[in-house]
Design a protein around this ligand. Structure first.
Ligand SMILES: [Zn+2]
Length: 585
């Protein structure tokens, strides 16, 4: 690529609205432009970098034994209703009515279609195992897309699906993908945290996610620095506090004027939050059930919060929303003073710590009054007593007891096992060696390429611009021609370019008629790992100047040794990338 014909430009000022410095540089250096909320255009430099990443991902998938195919980016919405994911993802899944009055949906991922293809193509155990993958654009309609490329709603994803006859085979593929993902991230110079995740309605509940930690990321992880356990906030467990036994005392009505919040109540009665019951009122929708919603009252101790995704799982709901004033009025509860005592026709779920805590303060369903000495199950009988409390900073690790830390990050990749129920529902079965029909056992693996690009930029930049690792850099060499009035310079640049390209080296040439300072500043911003400068000065010594983007010192290389020296330097940089792999395991 020649900058004299470049479509794009570098910008003097950081773009407004983007806080993350690496993603600012992607815009300033002319890689991406925002085209709308959560929508980005990749300029030629950005696309070239994406294509490098894609090439790496294809290599990885082929090494795993994958065969590439392509499924349509828009799918019949009916498939999503069959699998239950239509409800699970709610508004994230965009539904469009086509001219035949049928709903279609731009895919989030392709589990349904992959299973449907298996239903058609896989008949016998002799055809297993298999691994299929695609690189396709998917669309997730996030409620509040974040600024910067990591907040994209359109994801170019590698989506892979393993297909096995038995659990052992599937576990082998599941493990192999996790190892390959870890190695890929290391090669790309990306430190990632592997964490427990929810598998979704089609998954077996034991999924893993790979998260790049950064402030402002859209996921929250609970991490233990002592034993290394990590889990997404939605699935994180924590060690429950010890509870001292007390005899249950009789219920006692107590005046609590203007005490509609836990904090106000604690101040009024001079008690800690752990002595109160927090009542959270929600409306639940259930998959494939009556269209009506059910009123849900969730109880946690006043020092805890409700984990809504776990609550959803416990009661088997497809979706939850906060109850409105009307919903609450219909239930008979009094907002700010709510209690489950005496209410009918509700789903009551109590957290296990709350259920084990004696003599709590709870509302009296009467404005200005609470009840002391609320005890479960004496005073209210929950439909479920379950683990529905959300983890918080400073809670203790369920595995080792050390304090947990909540950190933010960007989810780059996921691995999950699909349930046999999910694949069977979509018709994916095969005949085993004894002629019996069995469900195919599938694994689902995905990586978002735009997010990887954004996170690599976040990890690899300095005060002057991007510093790509050689493994994903759009070019290996950025050659700068400082011609001045010397007619020899352009001719030598063309010769060196031809020699480097003949050696398989990707070169970006700055052949613009610009000042040296502007060219060097742009080179630093664009961040190609090696910079080669040809000027009248260097040619006087029959040489060129070679400099690493991440170093300050330059070397003078004899003209005749340019290709071999560049090759050597590329090998050094590649070895440094490989070194990161061995040190990261
Ligand atoms: Zn721990």
């Amino acid at each position: 690529m020649r900058l004299s014909r470049w479509f794009g430009m570098t910008l003097r000022e950081p773009p407004a609205g983007i806080d993350a410095p690496g993603q600012q540089w992607l815009v300033r250096a002319g890689y991406v432009r925002q085209s709308g909320p959560g929508l980005f255009s990749l300029l030629p430099l950005g696309l070239t970098t994406m294509q490098r990443l894609e090439a790496r991902l294809r290599q990885m998938m082929q090494a795993l034994g994958g065969q590439e195919l392509l499924m349509p980016m828009v799918q019949p919405a009916e498939r999503w209703r069959t699998s239950g994911r239509s409800d699970q993802h709610g508004a994230e899944l965009v539904r469009v009515r086509d001219r035949r009055e049928r709903d279609v949906a731009p895919a989030l991922t392709h589990e349904e279609l992959a299973a449907t293809l298996c239903a058609g193509e896989v008949r016998s155990y002799r055809q297993l195992p298999r691994l299929i993958y695609q690189i396709q654009t998917t669309f997730r309609d996030d409620a509040r897309p974040r600024a910067g490329l990591a907040g994209t709603r359109a994801h170019t994803r590698v989506d892979a699906y393993s297909v096995d006859a038995d659990d052992d085979g599937r576990d082998r593929q599941y493990q192999a993908h996790q190892q390959a993902f870890q190695a890929l991230f290391a090669t790309c110079g990306l430190p990632v945290r592997r964490a427990a995740a929810a598998g979704g309605v089609m998954g077996d509940g034991d999924a893993r996610t790979f998260v790049y930690l950064m402030p402002g990321g859209d996921e929250t992880l609970a991490c233990c620095s002592a034993c290394g356990a990590a889990a997404l906030h939605q699935v994180a467990r924590f060690a429950r506090p010890a509870i001292a036994a007390e005899p249950a005392l009789p219920l006692e009505r107590v005046a609590t004027p203007a005490s509609t919040t836990i904090d106000a109540l604690c101040a009024t009665l001079d008690i800690p939050r752990s002595r109160t019951a927090k009542v959270v009122m929600l409306m639940a929708r259930f998959p494939a059930a009556t269209p009506d919603e059910r009123f849900v009252m969730a109880l946690v101790r006043g020092d805890m919060d409700v984990n809504e995704s776990r609550l959803c799982r416990v009661i088997g709901a497809a979706a939850l929303r906060p109850a409105t004033g009307d919903d609450i009025a219909r239930s008979g509860a009094v907002p700010g003073y709510a209690t489950p005592i005496g209410l009918r026709d509700l789903l009551l779920v109590a957290d296990e710590t709350l259920a084990a805590s004696p003599n709590l303060v709870v509302g009296a369903n009467e404005v200005g009054y609470h009840l002391r000495n609320f005890n479960i199950p004496r005073d209210a009988q929950p439909t479920w007593i379950a683990d529905i409390a959300a983890v918080a900073d400073g809670y203790f690790c369920n595995d080792c007891g050390a304090p947990l830390q909540l950190v933010r990050g960007i989810e780059l990749a996921t691995v999950a096992r699909l349930t046999a129920h999910a694949t069977t529902t979509l018709g994916a079965t095969f005949l085993d060696a004894n002629g019996r029909t069995s469900p195919v056992l599938m694994g689902a693996y995905g990586i978002s390429i735009e997010r990887m690009l954004a996170c690599i930029a976040e990890e690899h930049h300095d005060a002057r611009g991007l510093c790509w690792p050689i493994s994903v850099a759009p070019f290996q060499v950025h050659m700068i021609a400082l011609a001045g009035k010397n007619p020899l310079v352009p001719a030598v640049v063309e010769q060196v370019l031809a020699e480097l390209e003949a050696a398989g080296i990707a070169v970006l040439v700055d052949d613009r008629d610009e000042r040296a300072g502007a060219k060097f500043a742009d080179a630093d911003m664009i961040g190609v790992p090696l910079r080669l400068t040809v000027s009248a000065n260097t040619l006087a010594a029959d040489a060129v100047e070679l400099k690493r983007r991440d170093r300050t010192d330059a070397m003078i290389v004899p003209r005749a040794a340019v290709v071999s020296t560049v090759r050597e330097q590329i090998d050094v940089l590649l070895a440094e990338c490989a070194g990161r792999i061995s040190t990261s395991h």
